[in-house]
Design a binder for this molecule. Structure first.
Ligand SMILES: [Zn+2]
Length: 128
């Protein structure tokens, strides 16, 4: 029988459609699909696939009083979980998530500027 934490982790993984709460990549659950099959399905090496193993992530760390509850447990891949907690002062979950997904800042702003330019161009074009 799975432990309480394993049960919460599995529930979280299901809710997240087996995607890591940080990097959004598909995680390997280790139960339903063999490692070799997961590799074939996602075009990964065994080493990469092992990094995608699903783990239980405490949003509030146990050391900070975070409990093993449904609200505090998310499913994260092994890589993200390890990397986040390796840092001496781990980033808050939302910041770490943004970093893992690697959205360059300022991209949205640039498109807005371009949009504004297009509008300016249109308004100065004489109507035919
Ligand atoms: Zn991840």
């Amino acid at each position: 029988m799975p432990s309480r934490i394993a049960k919460l982790r599995n529930e979280a993984a299901r809710r997240q459609h087996h995607r890591c709460c940080y990097c959004d990549l598909v995680m390997w659950d280790g139960r339903e699909v063999s490692l070799s099959r997961f590799c074939r399905l996602h075009g990964l090496t065994r080493r990469q696939a092992r990094q995608r193993r699903v783990t239980a992530e405490h949003l509030a760390a146990r050391a900070d009083g975070g409990r093993d509850t449904r609200a505090n447990i998310k499913a994260a891949c092994l890589f993200c979980n390890r990397t986040r907690h390796r840092s001496r002062s781990p980033l808050p979950p939302l910041l770490y998530r943004a970093r893992r997904r690697g959205r360059p800042s300022g991209v949205e702003d640039r498109s807005k500027v371009e949009g504004a330019r297009h509008d300016a161009g249109k308004s100065s074009t004489p109507g035919i």
